[in-house]
Design a protein around this ligand. Structure first.
Ligand code: IPE
Ligand code: IPE
Ligand code: MG
Length: 247
């Protein structure tokens, strides 16, 4: 298939890849179409990249689909995105089951419109036994929201005498995040030429490798994904040590 795919080292795959899917709007504009057209095209990339990740044997894929800040977009775009989510989740369940994809969500999904919440909850329930890959959709998610919720939950345990402040560890914090059952992503990808994190997984990306590409999300396919994985494999992850200590 692709050149990059042939060069990927199967023994050095990230377990978890997180992606800030960006550039749908600009992609649509470039094609002289409304922004929603770009979001629709973006769904195709979600499907392609999920399949590519699963085929490689990556266990967790987390996609930033709607941030808490995205509520500030024009209401028509927010509504279109919420509708697209319902349509997509309902339309994809069969394929998700066929491909062994377990759907999961991180974020305050109870605050999504009722129809979106329902479709999502059903999708999560209907795919819960799938084992090939977990697809985490970050919806109404932001890292500051997540860390605030974690702080509240830990403070509550302290108040109830379940936990002493001096005994709070990094593990306690990690356990109270939406990603409590998922390893931290080794690789964070952002498309569309933007070089920022936009309130995504701040705690979890403490040691992630960042990969930025100018490609707009609707143009990001399997080949682009393989390239990102290959590039990741060329990095030396030192974790504070020096090169000679890494074998
Ligand atoms: C990413 O594409 C999708 C969402 C944030 C929902 P954008 O909609 O941000 O596209 P641009 O950045 O305007 O091109
Ligand atoms: C980040 O993209 C959020 C998602 C991909 C869902 P944005 O396009 O909303 O980010 P900013 O506003 O440019 O930082
Ligand atoms: Mg954007």
């Amino acid at each position: 298939m692709s050149d990059y795919l042939d060069q990927i080292d199967q023994h050095n795959l990230p377990k978890h890849v997180a992606i800030i899917m960006d550039g749908n709007g600009r992609w649509a504009k470039q094609n002289g179409r409304p922004r929603v057209f770009g979001h629709r095209a973006g769904v195709k990339s979600v499907r392609t990249v999920t399949e590519a990740a699963s085929r490689l044997g990556i266990e967790h894929l987390t996609l930033y689909a709607f941030s808490t800040e995205n509520w500030n977009r024009p209401i028509s775009e927010v509504n279109a995105l919420m509708h697209l989510l319902v349509e997509t989740v309902k339309g994809e369940i069969k394929a998700l089951n066929k491909n062994g994809v377990r759907l999961n969500a991180i974020g305050d999904i109870s605050k999504l419109p009722a129809k979106t919440y329902k479709a999502l909850s059903e999708g999560i329930e209907d795919t819960k036994d799938n084992k090939a890959i977990t697809l985490n959709l970050a919806l109404n998610y932001s890292a500051k929201w997540e860390l605030t919720e974690a702080t509240k939950a830990i403070a509550d345990k302290v108040r109830k005498g379940i936990l002493e402040p001096e005994n709070i560890t990094e593990d306690h914090i990690a356990e109270h995040l939406a990603t409590y059952n998922i390893p931290d992503p080794e690789l964070l990808i952002r498309t569309s030429g933007e070089h920022r994190v936009s309130n995504f997984l701040l705690w979890q990306i403490a040691y992630a490798e960042f990969y930025f590409t100018d490609v707009f999300w609707p143009d990001f396919g399997a080949e682009e994904f393989h390239k990102a994985i290959y590039q990741y494999q060329q990095r030396e992850r030192r974790f504070g040590k020096i090169s000679e200590q890494i074998s």
